[in-house]
Design a protein around this ligand. Structure first.
Ligand SMILES: Nc1cc(-c2ccc3ccn(Cc4ccccn4)c3c2)[nH]n1
Length: 246
């Protein structure tokens, strides 16, 4: 997969050089290219913003630099990318969308600043390629770079071979299957006792069926406590079926 990011803060994307994404890049599983939007400005001050038509607070990102940058990035490669535009007014970024985007060969992220990008940029590229306006949550950030880090991590970990053998996204929260739409339950590791606190007996029993049931029950309990909205979505039939199998 190829990922391009166009930003006025390239240094904000340094975390894409470390950990899971950094290793995937080093192994050649991910081709990540970060571009400084100001490369496509031509004035002395490298201006990327201007006052909003119609008045109002803040500044708006000018269309010209974005148009030149996106033309340069898109013309650099065969095929069409999906352009992902982080914005507080976008569709929710969900595990399902992460899965969908992880199956695309090429993503171009356009994190903006100020009050966002001149609308005509979204319209221009929306006429040419698949453009997705995406929100990572119901809170307002100062720009789109943090959302790009979040989305790239969620997407990269789904790519084949990126998560080591010892880890898996099969049982992720929100992944399809019997644990679909449930939050993860509690996890434990050695030592068997820590500050007078032990381990739930069932986890030491070696009885895989009981362990699986306990984990599902704990996931249900935690989901009911923290995200009751997800309980309506959970498929009880999946639990019945799974129980019969164990
Ligand atoms: N889930 C999200 C995404 C964002 C986000 C993403 C990109 C930009 C570019 C600028 N801003 C600031 C801003 C503030 C007010 C209205 C519009 N934009 C962004 C905020 N906030 N929360």
């Amino acid at each position: 997969m190829r990922l391009d990011v166009v930003t006025i803060f390239p240094e904000y994307l340094e975390p894409l050089n470390v950990s899971l994404v950094g290793k995937a890049r080093a192994r050649g599983q991910l081709d990540v290219r970060v571009h400084d939007l100001r490369e496509w400005t031509h004035d002395k001050h490298n201006t990327v913003d201007d006052t909003p038509y119609g008045g109002g607070p803040g500044m708006v990102m000018k269309p010209e630099p974005w148009g030149e940058a996106l033309d340069a990035v898109i013309d650099s490669q065969e095929g069409d990318p999906v352009i992902v535009v982080p914005t507080p007014s976008g569709k929710p970024f969900t595990q399902q969308l992460a899965v969908e985007l992880s199956e695309k060969p090429w993503l171009v992220f356009t994190p903006a600043r100020y009050e966002g990008i001149d609308r005509r940029v979204i319209e221009e590229y929306g006429d040419r390629v698949d453009v997705r306006e995406v929100s990572i949550g119901d809170y307002v950030l100062a720009g789109g770079e943090a959302p790009v880090l979040v989305m790239v991590e969620a997407i990269a970990r789904l790519l084949p071979g990126v998560l080591g053998n010892s880890a898996s996204h099969q049982d992720d929260s929100f992944a399809p299957g019997a644990m679909a739409d449930l939050l993860e339950g509690p996890v434990y590791t050695k030592p068997p006792e820590w500050r007078g606190r032990g381990i739930p007996e069932v986890l030491l029993s070696g009885h895989h069926g009981k362990i699986a049931r306990w984990r599902r029950d704990e996931a249900f309990r935690r989901t009911d406590r923290n995200r009751p909205d997800l309980i309506e979505r959970a498929d009880p039939a999946a639990f019945d079926k799974k129980d019969r199998e164990t």
